[in-house]
Design a protein around this ligand. Structure first.
Ligand SMILES: Nc1nc2c(c(=O)[nH]1)N[C@H]1C(S)=C(S)[C@@H](COP(=O)(O)O)O[C@H]1N2
Ligand SMILES: [Mo]
Length: 196
């Protein structure tokens, strides 16, 4: 279900850039993706490990809490479920925290989400995109290259961690970066859940 404008949003053709701090520079030598928290054994995947996982192509609408929405962007990426399957998670895990780079700290940004909402084709760690104005191309560094999360359209885009560095598996929900500053834990644009 795409192309539905949530309340208080306007449609944009462009893809705006929003984040705190500087763009993270990708260095494949030092890059890894950590799977930790409520897991049997914590794991770190190299970039080539991640890129060997099955790929998914999906068109996912983006809804930013600053009121722009972009329809019809097609992404290529690794589905969240592939990363969940790469570890053995403990019984009772219901939430995750998706970490990313901010201010020199690879875990400086985070966003919390309910895991069960992220097991479909519309929850991807993406590295390529296209739309009706652009041919296939890599995500630019400003949009989170080499890997950034795109959440299902039922979540505002701040849940889409750029320069993603890992996933913490959790039994209880825990506020991430914007949630600690007063933004919504559940963040459903169709219910206009902007703030807590
Ligand atoms: N690492 C990181 N990821 C981030 C942010 C950030 O500050 N740091 N900002 C979030 C916010 S508030 C939004 S709206 C989207 C914007 O993604 P875009 O710049 O690709 O449009 O990235 C999200 N992911
Ligand atoms: Mo945002």
């Amino acid at each position: 279900m795409g192309n539905i404008l949530p309340p208080g949003q306007f449609e944009t053709e462009s893809w705006p850039i929003l984040h705190q701090g500087d763009v993270c520079e990708f260095n494949e030598e030092t890059w890894d993706f950590k799977l930790f928290g409520e897991v049997k054994e914590e794991t770190a995947l190299s970039f080539s490990d991640v890129m060997k996982l099955p790929k998914t192509v999906s068109t996912i609408d983006m809804h930013c809490v600053t009121t722009w929405s972009k329809f019809g962007t097609t992404f290529e990426g690794i589905a969240m479920r592939e990363l969940v399957n790469a570890v053995e998670i403990n019984e009772g895990v219901k939430y995750i925290q998706i970490y990313g780079y901010y201010g020199g700290d690879r875990f400086g940004y985070s966003a919390n989400l309910p895991l069960e909402a992220l097991l479909g084709d519309d929850a991807l760690f993406v590295y390529r995109w296209k739309d009706h104005n652009h041919d296939w191309q890599d995500i630019t560094p400003k949009h989170g290259y080499p890997l950034r999360f795109i959440p299902p359209a039922s979540f505002y885009l701040w849940k889409g961690t750029k320069w993603a560095s890992g996933i913490r598996f959790m039994k209880e929900d825990k506020a991430g970066f914007w949630e600690e500053l007063g933004y919504s834990m559940t963040a459903n644009p169709f219910k206009e859940e902007r703030y807590r």
